[in-house]
Design a protein around this ligand. Structure first.
Ligand SMILES: [Zn+2]
Length: 304
């Protein structure tokens, strides 16, 4: 028997029948733009203006939210814990409830940010599903969202909401934008608009999907692609000062920044381990050895 109260959500039903879209925010408790964007959607969605049903969850991981941290008190990362367990720890129980919600939906959008430690450029992503029809629907959803980068990555990552959606054959995308201990108003508006564009692309709204330029559209089916925290990590602990900005292009070997000691007398230069576009930068200056510093989208690797 689960001791967790039911996930707090709002369900808005359109006047015409249609599919069920689930929109999740707050999988990580320190990611604020999605929470505000989903609350904005709750005020924007009018039953007369769409068909089907939308379930909106602004703050999925409330125990983590109340700690202002990525994870709840059991220190499990919810985005590594799906499908969870009904009698498990608090995060496992949240994952279990969310998995049931995902299984009840026809489509999933899961919104994220860089959390309190980092800032991310806007991008949408999906996993390279083995079912061609689901994969094509996910591509359509990710493009319609309207962000400058669209990234398809390995279908083999486990523990994510997208893993639960993959296993339930529910077409799913995620998006990343903002972070860094703030709530960026541009990202909030962009996220709300992106969800509405996806609804239009799915036929739930009678609005055209705006033509929006995509700067980079990459599909990368290598093992672990899409795992943001794997590359360009800190070789030593210290004070990180980035030398690059989001969406800069870098070559492997380029300087990404420095890590220095408290007096500045020991300086370690950080070199890019990949060639591509900067999608994420750590903004919290103090970094521990092996924590990630920069996310680079490799623009020279595409699925064949
Ligand atoms: Zn997240």
């Amino acid at each position: 028997m689960s001791s967790l109260p039911p996930i707090e959500s709002t369900v808005i039903t359109g006047q015409q029948p249609g599919p069920h879209l689930l929109i999740l925010g707050g999988v990580h408790g320190d990611e604020y733009e999605p929470m505000a964007a989903i609350r904005k959607l709750i005020t924007l969605l009018k039953p007369a203006e769409f068909s089907g049903k939308v379930t909106l969850v602004p703050v999925l991981n409330q125990p983590a939210y109340e700690r202002c941290q990525r994870c709840g008190p059991d220190d499990l990362d919810l985005a590594r814990t799906f499908p969870g367990a009904p009698d498990g720890s608090i995060t496992e129980q949240i994952a279990h409830q969310a998995t049931q919600l995902i299984q009840s939906a026809d489509y999933l959008i899961d919104l994220h940010t860089g959390g309190v430690i980092s800032d991310l450029a806007p991008f949408s992503g999906y996993c390279l599903h083995s079912d061609p029809a689901i994969l094509e629907t996910q591509r359509t959803m990710a493009r319609a969202f309207g962000l400058p980068v669209v990234w398809g990555t390995t279908a083999t990552l486990e523990g994510r909401s997208l893993s639960a959606a993959r296993d339930a054959n529910v077409p799913a995308i995620y998006a990343e934008w903002g972070g860094g201990s703030q709530c960026n108003a541009t990202a909030v508006s962009g996220y709300a608009a992106g969800c509405l564009h996806v609804m239009s692309a799915l036929g739930m709204r009678n609005e055209p999907v705006p033509e929006q330029p995509i700067q980079y559209e990459i599909e990368d089916n290598r093992d672990q692609s899409g795992h943001l925290q794997l590359h360009n990590s800190a070789p030593v602990s210290g004070f990180f000062e980035p030398a690059i900005q989001l969406m800069d292009t870098v070559q492997a070997g380029d300087t990404l920044g420095t890590i220095c000691s408290p007096l500045g007398d020991e300086i370690t230069s950080i070199k890019a381990s990949q060639t591509g576009v900067v999608l994420g930068i750590r903004t919290l200056p103090y970094v521990k050895q092996n924590e990630w510093l920069v996310v680079i989208l490799e623009t020279d690797h595409s699925a064949s």
